[in-house]
Design a protein around this ligand. Structure first.
Ligand SMILES: C[S@@+](CC[C@H](N)C(=O)[O-])C[C@H]1O[C@@H](n2cnc3c(N)ncnc32)[C@H](O)[C@@H]1O
Length: 332
């Protein structure tokens, strides 16, 4: 039985037994569904986080460059919005990853002596650990409150008393991984847990030429392919499974009518896969898919509707020069 977890850089991590771990639950239920499904939240083990950092530098993956440009261009404007009333603020980042773009804001805010705490939340202990080590080196005086947790557990904690204004960051098009229903539910939960005047800054990937989107998830270096297949490698390692990675392929499709990019793993032959830790045998037909990720692309109207239907006011709209991506401020 594999047991995972560690305690590094002051972050406490629980040690789940593998057969009751979130990954085990996901694999047990997801691979018995039709069509088979595994959630993208399990992509980010150490290797998945490393591969995602490479993807962010791939020429086809415009999302990171676009959002980087926006945050760099409008950092002073964002600080002005975050500090209205001269209250201290707490920057709570859901799914912080390596914080590549957030560091633009952190560096600028530190230079301006802004009174704030940074609270990165990530389900990947590897990503969070690396981020904390880097931040402590770069800005030893930065007030840091890291949490190895799921977005939704972290949201629960938001309802606890705080004198600081909450500014929730949800960058990198993480919102695109939610179905429309889940996205609305997410903002409604945020609305319930935040106080009037608190803010949410979300990075939305916008609808654009379908070929640009399609290429972003089919990079020529094969990074997205390796990232998708790494999920099977993780299951092999953590749940004693025997997926043959050479017998599965990466396939991605973008539907411009729905605005959804979907990633799949495709079985290249009829095969049986053993998941040792779950005492499970999973049959695959030739061509059968596992749906692993949805990446939704938005219109401005959809974003305005999300704000309105969840009770927020849209108070800031920032885009890159190509109009590919938008960082949007919702005020509670
Ligand atoms: C696509 S990366 C984006 C990282 C960063 N926000 C950016 O813009 O570059 C998604 C990050 O969210 C984390 N994540 C995914 N699902 C999560 C969840 N349910 N709760 C907490 N973190 C999650 C992953 O571990 C990963 O580090």
């Amino acid at each position: 039985m594999a047991v995972h977890g560690n305690t590094l850089s002051g972050i406490s991590v629980e040690l789940p037994a593998s057969d009751t771990s979130p990954l085990a639950d996901e694999v047990r239920t997801g691979l018995q569904r039709t069509p088979k499904r595994l959630s993208s939240r399990f992509f980010y083990d150490a290797e998945g986080s490393r591969l995602f950092q490479e993807i962010m530098h791939a020429p086809e993956y415009y999302l990171t460059r676009s959002e980087y440009e926006i945050l760099d261009t409008y950092k002073a404007n964002l600080l002005a919005q975050f500090t209205t009333g001269e209250r201290a603020f707490e920057l709570v980042e859901l799914g912080a990853g390596d914080g590549l773009k957030t560091k633009i804001l952190l560096g600028f805010f530190a230079d301006k002596n802004a009174d704030f705490t940074y609270a990165p939340v990530d389900i990947s202990v590897d990503a969070l650990d690396e981020l904390v080590i880097d931040l402590r080196q770069k800005w030893p005086d930065l007030r840091l409150n890291p949490r190895h947790d799921d977005y939704f557990n972290a949201l629960e904690q938001l309802s606890e008393e705080s004198n600081a204004r909450r500014v929730v960051l949800f960058l990198g098009s993480n919102i695109g991984n939610f179905t429309p229903e889940d996205a609305l539910d997410f903002y409604r939960q945020l609305h319930d847990r935040l106080q009037p005047g608190d803010l949410v800054l979300t990075g939305f990937d916008l609808q654009k030429h379908p070929a640009v989107i399609h290429a972003a998830y089919n990079d020529r270096q094969g990074l997205t392919r390796a990232f998708n297949l790494n999920l099977l490698h993780r299951i092999n390692r953590e749940l004693d499974a025997n997926f043959d990675l050479a017998a599965f392929d990466h396939y991605e499709v973008y539907n411009p009518e729905t605005g959804e990019a979907r990633s799949y793993l495709v079985s290249q032959k009829a095969q049986l896969v053993q998941i040792g830790a779950l005492a499970m045998t999973v049959p695959f037909q030739y061509g059968e898919i596992i749906h692993t990720e949805i990446s939704r692309k938005f219109t401005r109207t959809q974003i305005e509707q999300l704000a309105e239907q969840s009770g927020f006011s849209l108070t800031g709209w920032f885009t890159d020069c190509k109009g590919y991506f938008a960082d949007v401020v919702f005020e509670r």
